[in-house]
Design a binder for this molecule. Structure first.
Ligand SMILES: *[C@@H]1O[C@H](CO)[C@@H](O)[C@H](O)[C@H]1NC(C)=O
Ligand SMILES: *[C@@H]1O[C@H](CO)[C@@H](O)[C@H](O)[C@H]1NC(C)=O
Ligand SMILES: *[C@@H]1O[C@H](CO)[C@@H](O)[C@H](O)[C@H]1NC(C)=O
Ligand SMILES: *[C@@H]1O[C@H](CO)[C@@H](O)[C@H](O)[C@H]1NC(C)=O
Ligand SMILES: *[C@@H]1O[C@H](CO)[C@@H](O)[C@H](O)[C@H]1NC(C)=O
Ligand SMILES: *[C@@H]1O[C@H](CO)[C@@H](O)[C@H](O)[C@H]1NC(C)=O
Ligand SMILES: *[C@@H]1O[C@H](CO)[C@@H](O)[C@H](O)[C@H]1NC(C)=O
Length: 452
């Protein structure tokens, strides 16, 4: 099967030019706004800001941490010539009480603890900004800036001081710019319909079945899952089934958050890319889309004595039924017939002894959620007997006993997708009817994924 490997060169080249660092605004943006939703900063090598469709399932399970959660100081501020952090994963800012630095800090850390994804605060006085002196109701010049990633004093941007001046009050002055990081290991919510395969480690996947990448403005696993869900299809490989999210560090500063997508699931055995030149890979995690079809690849059935050719009417997860003839629906273990691996499902009399259709019934691995949509994907081939004899090949897809689709005629391996609704209660069924020997239909790599 043709499939391309991760395009690491384009990822690295784009990471070198993407600019997604930010500090808190100094303009009329009021304090205390909810953090903006995660944005794409580059897509497949093209720089540009774009939204991620958040229609449908909201990421669930966001964690509220206790106020008792600890923070450690990453750097201290100075009374003169200090500067704010300009870094990745800016979330929002608030003005905290400036009655004392300690009071302000405790308000600031509490706010971080109550903000999704906040792991770091940069707090400083911004003096001579008339908005804080006269306009915003907090009447405080002590600014608390929240970030979704930990930053260091190296990321203080002294060029801001020159830009921040006003005609009325003279230059804005930044003082006592300190940084605090949460000491708790962040527990990330696994997006629904996915499972964590590995991580965090300091190596990214270099794997086949690559479908492209996006840079995110923060480390947002749910946003990456959403991109995988909505990626569309690869003409050979079908839908996205796996993603690898990781943070790029360049010269010790967080630079961007890569979301790389694949139509072939992989694991840590292909996580070999630790970085190039000044770029290093950190916080790399792999997530696989869960398929609810048991043994969708027909791989569990094997031949006695390690033989390479055998077939059966029922194997792990699959049951073949022949209502008129014999062996009209079977599971083969024979690599030349399979799309991937050695197993494949066959519709049409295995011995060619009758022209009747067979029925292959799948097992669903768990109770589906009533009312939710699922994406059925499978691969089909009907080339075995040649173009002429396969003209009558056909497969009917049955979901809960009802026809949801049908395909027919001569065709090499090709994917098909159908959206189905679950009735739940463990009562959902999936079956394929078809084949009329010598017009055979082969099925492989059957998956059922949760949609919105
Ligand atoms: C993103 O979406 C928001 C609201 O849905 C909209 O206000 C904003 O303009 C969009 N931004 C871009 C870059 O498309
Ligand atoms: C989130 O999950 C909890 C329990 O797991 C559930 O009670 C709640 O309804 C869910 N919220 C959303 C928005 O799905
Ligand atoms: C607190 O901030 C307000 C608004 O900027 C300012 O007028 C006031 O002098 C500050 N108080 C202290 C003690 O720094
Ligand atoms: C800030 O001051 C510099 C010179 O000190 C000036 O060139 C610049 O235009 C000023 N910026 C603003 C926003 O007033
Ligand atoms: C890959 O992950 C497995 C656990 O899933 C672990 O046992 C193994 O050591 C890891 N291999 C590498 C190379 O990190
Ligand atoms: C079984 O045979 C009957 C009568 O020939 C036919 O109507 C029916 O469609 C056949 N069933 C299958 C599954 O081929
Ligand atoms: C599932 O099937 C069982 C037994 O046939 C039935 O009692 C139950 O109501 C069904 N559940 C749903 C959600 O249809």
């Amino acid at each position: 099967l043709p499939s391309s490997l991760t395009d690491t060169a384009t990822i690295v080249n784009t990471a070198n030019i993407v600019d997604q660092v930010r500090g808190a605004p100094t303009d009329g943006t009021p304090p205390g706004l909810p953090q903006a939703s995660t944005m794409i900063t580059a897509l497949d090598g093209e720089l540009g800001l774009s939204n991620i469709s958040t229609a449908g399932s909201a990421p669930n399970g966001s964690r509220r941490r206790d106020l008792s959660d600890g923070y450690e100081q990453v750097f201290e501020g100075t009374p003169d010539n200090d500067a704010p952090i300009v870094g990745t994963a800016y979330l929002t800012y608030i003005l905290v009480s400036n009655s004392s630095y300690e009071q302000g800090r405790s308000e600031c850390l509490a706010h971080c603890s109550n903000t999704d994804g906040c792991v770091f605060t940069n707090m400083y006085y911004e003096k001579n900004n008339p908005l804080y002196d006269h306009v915003f109701p907090e009447k405080s010049n002590l600014k608390c800036v929240l970030f979704g990633d930990v930053h260091t004093a190296d990321e203080k941007d002294y060029s801001w001081n020159q830009q921040l001046n006003t005609s009325t009050n003279g230059a804005i002055k930044i003082q006592y710019s300190s940084g605090y990081a949460s000491v708790n290991i962040e527990e990330l919510t696994v997006p629904s319909g996915y499972e964590l395969v590995f991580g965090p480690i300091s190596a990214a996947n270099n794997a086949p079945g690559y479908m492209g990448f996006a840079f995110l403005n923060k480390y947002d696993v749910s946003a990456c899952a959403k991109l995988c869900d909505t990626r569309g299809t690869d003409s050979a490989g079908g839908v996205c089934q796996y993603f690898n999210i990781w943070r790029a560090i360049i010269q010790n500063k967080p630079r961007t958050y890569t979301c790389a997508m694949y139509y072939l699931p992989t694991d840590n055995s292909t996580a070999t890319n630790t970085g190039q030149g000044p770029l290093s890979v950190t916080r790399s995690r792999g997530y696989r889309r869960i398929s609810y079809v048991v043994d969708g690849g027909f791989e569990d059935y094997t031949c006695p004595d390690n033989g390479d050719f055998c077939f059966t009417e029922s194997g792990a997860g699959w049951v073949g039924t022949s209502s008129n003839g014999t062996d009209d629906a079977t599971i083969f273990h024979y690599a030349p017939y399979a799309r991937t691996g050695a197993g494949v499902g066959l519709l049409g009399s295995a011995f060619g002894s009758d022209p009747y259709a067979g029925l292959l019934t799948a097992s669903i691995s768990r109770k589906l959620v009533a009312g939710r949509s699922y994406l059925l994907q499978f691969f089909h081939s009907s080339t075995y007997s040649g173009e002429q004899l396969e003209a009558n090949a056909f497969v009917v897809v049955l979901w809960n006993g009802r026809i949801v689709g049908s395909i027919g005629g001569y065709s090499p391996w090709r994917y098909f997708t159908f959206t189905v609704q679950a009735q739940g209660g463990g009562n959902d069924t999936l079956a394929f009817a078809g084949g009329t020997a010598p017009a055979y239909d082969f099925l492989d790599d059957v998956s059922l994924f949760l949609l919105d």
